[in-house]
Design a protein around this ligand. Structure first.
Ligand SMILES: Cc1cc2nc3c(=O)[nH]c(=O)nc-3n(C[C@H](O)[C@H](O)[C@H](O)COP(=O)(O)OP(=O)(O)OC[C@H]3O[C@@H](n4cnc5c(N)ncnc54)[C@H](O)[C@@H]3O)c2cc1C
Length: 482
């Protein structure tokens, strides 16, 4: 049996721990059952953002006339879009695999890992043979990620449906699509399919889409998605049925909302996308052979250093589930590397952990929402500035967008929520202020901002809550010749 200093299960962000171990002169192994790079490269962030980019191009053409540019959208070569994205991401995954295989001191095992005992793993290569190769690790890292969660909807098991795993690389665009799920994957893919011309119906359980975001943001996203999808918020899918080559989803008013309709509705389409969240891959690992404990949602329980309840077994990424984003998994890989390899005792700190949603408009957020602060009884002030208060926001006609800042009375930044063009980039200066600086509104309001960039909207929002007004620029909504 092969013996290693460290064995990592899952070749997404977890492979970074193996590489760090190898660089430190240790012998490391990665066990991966699919393409290297994890969900992000071939089933998540990258292909979905590539599709969203194509939808943005289509939208730009559609909006061109609004800006005096005559442009006509004549065709969208759907098959070409998905096949070129597929080719690019799989090439990158193969490139990652080759560089890992070429690295000194790292071995890659191709197959599904399961524990035999707390330090021994068996790798099932998936060829049907009983009993795969076994290996032992002095230290083990659980980085096996998550997969689409399929809810127990009546009849779902009897119909063909898509999850985000399949929906990214379809050969043909669905003409009509029902999306179940108003979370970030639902609104990203709902926007994509709607923008490129599919008739999309989106069913979301809460009163607004992306309900975990600050209310101000959820409302803008919900209004905007009306342009791309027929929306049924406050409904949940109760049953699904095939009708010839079509699918019928019966949606009922959701208990989570004030929706007082008692009528169920039938929504029909040629295809169904189930985007109701993700579940951790803990059930693939035979954790019963270890002392690793999981919580009620099957996520691995860890302490603040990311060690599990079993000595010498660490966990990170979506399988822990605290912050299910790629950048969070990468951050956790740094923490696990420091702690498992150097005994550094570093603790995770998610206070300045941002996230983004690449729908239309983009969303980005860091810190607490106003709702969370209210629930925690935390005293706070807030300022909300629309994008068209700054000149570039006005030029782009992005007045639906906004920046909302939440701060403690002493100026500590408690949260920032952005919805509008380039939100995912605009949030970064707030993250830097929260993470590196004193974390006060003055840390964002005091530095000079480029004119006329969209960062002036962020500047204006923080300036409103700062201890003194730094900006002398006018609010562009008030500027007129009258
Ligand atoms: C459609 C979509 C869009 C997304 N967009 C974004 C985004 O824009 N930004 C963002 O930050 N995040 C995004 N995410 C989330 C992001 O992909 C994940 O948070 C991130 O990939 C988690 O990394 P990980 O290393 O924990 O898990 P993964 O990347 O999933 O890696 C885990 C690996 O473990 C393997 N594995 C599982 N079980 C076993 C086993 N028993 N044996 C061997 N191997 C196993 C899996 O095959 C997988 O490759 C998106 C996800 C999806 C689905």
């Amino acid at each position: 049996m092969d013996e290693y200093d460290i064995v990592v299960i899952g070749g997404g962000s977890g492979s970074q721990v193996a590489t760090a171990a190898a660089e430190a002169g240790l012998e490391a192994a990665v066990i991966e059952r699919g393409p290297l790079g994890g969900a992000c490269i071939t089933r998540g962030c990258i292909p979905s953002k590539a599709l969203i980019h194509r939808a943005d191009v289509v939208e730009e053409i559609r909006r061109a006339e609004q800006f005096g540019v005559a442009a006509e959208l004549t065709d969208v070569d759907y098959g070409e879009i998905t096949s070129s994205i597929r080719e690019t991401v799989y090439e990158k995954a193969e490139g990652q695999e080759s560089s890992l295989e070429d690295a000194d001191n790292v071995s890659l095992y191709d197959g599904e890992a399961r524990f035999v005992d707390e330090r021994t793993l068996e790798v099932d290569p998936g060829d049907g043979d009983d009993g795969g190769e076994r290996l032992r690790g002095e230290t083990v890292v659980l980085a096996a990620g998550s997969r689409p969660m399929v809810p127990p909807i009546d009849g779902l098991e009897d119909v063909d449906f898509l999850t985000s795993d399949d929906a990214l690389f379809l050969d043909d665009r669905p003409d009509e699509l029902v999306v179940i799920g108003g979370g970030y994957i639902g609104v990203e893919l709902g926007y994509f399919f709607g923008a490129i011309g599919a008739d999309v119906t989106l069913v979301g359980r809460s009163e607004t889409l992306v309900p975990k975001e600050d209310d101000a943001v959820s409302e803008v996203v919900t209004d905007s998605l009306e342009s791309y999808c027929e929306l049924y918020t406050g409904y949940e899918a109760a049953a699904v049925e095939r009708d010839g080559d079509r699918v019928v989803v019966t949606a009922a008013p959701s208990d989570d909302t004030d929706n007082t309709d008692d009528e169920t509705i039938d929504l029909e389409a040629d295809q169904l996308l189930v985007a109701t969240g993700r579940r951790p891959n803990t059930d693939t690992l035979n954790l019963e052979a270890t002392n690793v404990e999981t919580d009620d949602n099957d996520h691995v329980e860890v302490d603040a250093t990311l060690e599990t309840t079993a000595d010498g077994i660490w966990a990170m990424g979506d399988i822990v589930g605290d912050q299910p984003f790629k950048h969070a998994a990468d951050y956790e890989a740094q923490i696990v590397s420091a702690n498992a390899l150097d005994d550094a005792g570093r603790e995770v700190d998610y206070d300045a952990m941002p996230h983004a949603i690449f729908t239309s408009p983009q969303v980005a957020s860091v810190g607490r929402t106003e709702h969370e602060l209210e629930d925690a009884g935390r005293e706070h002030e807030s300022a909300t500035i629309p994008f068209d208060a700054a000149p570039l926001g006005m030029i782009l006609e992005a007045g639906d967008g906004l920046v909302k800042v939440l701060a403690a009375p002493d100026g500590e930044i408690l949260g920032c929520h952005i919805v509008g063009p380039q939100a995912s980039t605009l949030i970064q200066e707030v993250v830097v202020a929260m993470d590196g600086g004193a974390g006060t509104v003055d840390d964002v309001a005091e530095p000079v901002h480029v004119h006329p960039a969209l960062s002036e909207v962020v500047y204006a929002a923080f300036d409103e809550l700062s201890s003194q007004p730094y900006s002398t620029a006018p609010d562009w909504r008030d500027v007129s010749s009258e």
